[in-house]
Design a protein around this ligand. Sequence first.
Ligand SMILES: Cc1ncc(COP(=O)(O)O)c(C=O)c1O
Length: 427
Amino acid sequence: MAIPRFTTPPFTIKSVETDAVTQAAAAVMPRPTLVPDTPATAAGSAILGTYKRAPVEFVGGEGVYLHGSDGRRYLDFVSGIAVNALGYGDATIRAAMHAAADELVHVSNLYTTAPGERLASWLTGHSFADKVFFCNSGAEANEGAFKFARRWARGIGSGTKHEIISLRGAFHGRLFATLAATDRPAYRHPFRPLAPGVSVSERDLGELSAMLDADTVAALIVEPVQGEGGVRVLDPGFLRELRALTWERQIALVFDEIQCGLGRTGTLFAYEQSGVVPDMLTLAKPLAGGLPMGAVLMTNEIAETIQPGDHGTTFGGGPFVASVALAVCERLADPALLEAVTANGAWMGEEIAAIGARTGRIRQARGIGMMWGLDVMQPAAPVIARALEAGLLVTSAGEYTVRLLPPLVATREELREGMGVLEGVLG
Ligand SMILES: Cc1ncc(COP(=O)(O)O)c(C=O)c1O
């Protein structure tokens, strides 16, 4: 049945009534809701317009290239926003998916399955952690970490430790608590009130020292390399100070390695770069080779405070996704791959500096391994659009920053090709 629409630009007034009875009632007492017209509605897509999609449709991919429905090949320096670490059509992922499809796909967390156990053992065996909680996305992993931190901290002192602190420039997700920890006013303001008890601090030791109150704060969440916030590599000395403060005040230090973890910086975990070991660590993006999966890694001290029923998620760590994730993790931990990321990342840094010197179009560049942010002289959007036109996918990290996140398997030649295109479109 058609839903009546009455258009009064710039808003579409959309009735919420859906059946004959309620529509009759609506005729007497209409209950309109205001929704802004979006480019997606204008383009006729039935998908909600939460993303401003680029004018290209992808139909396939191989290695570091995506194939457009326009018949063109695009060099991908976005990797599905740091998800496709092994590129497209990777033989390991394909084999793992085919094998997993012949086994159980899902039974719920009411029962044990071997792939989830194997993956958890692998992750604890390769990190500081003793226990793992599996979920389905980055935001869900961070929300889980917040709950685990509060559960643990409630048992300390007088039971008032529940505050979560994040840092200026942080991005931790779009759910209510993670949005409260995300430092993007435009993302936050339309959805206030956000979850209480979550605040953003300057990346300043003086302010942090004042905010990290031993009696009230449960956790400090930090991206060792801030991704969405402009690719900011946090100084190892600063991270060490944060570790000392949180240690002394019994505050859980949570590293959000959703974007910078699993090989992207050149070590399996980004925390290895600084030697600062957190109490919890969140993962998602590349973890399951493009399948949705998140994880919270934690110490025994925190894990021991969590009881059955404290948290849960229906799909988390199911056998299909866990089998694929183990195959991906084994590849991402390969020393040869990590060495290549380190060497290629250093080369990217030098090349970006050389391009900046030649063109005068880069104000500043920051990065490590295969994640780089270039502050350009104009808004990033036209640079990204010109790159797409020239066959290179790049994305942004803030209004004036172009972000490069090539697949970790990109060769020097492929990187050189992309950097050449980028130089030509900087404006
Ligand atoms: C550092 C970081 N944390 C959390 C998230 C949220 O992850 P998801 O989009 O899977 O919820 C992102 C996503 O970009 C991220 O980069």
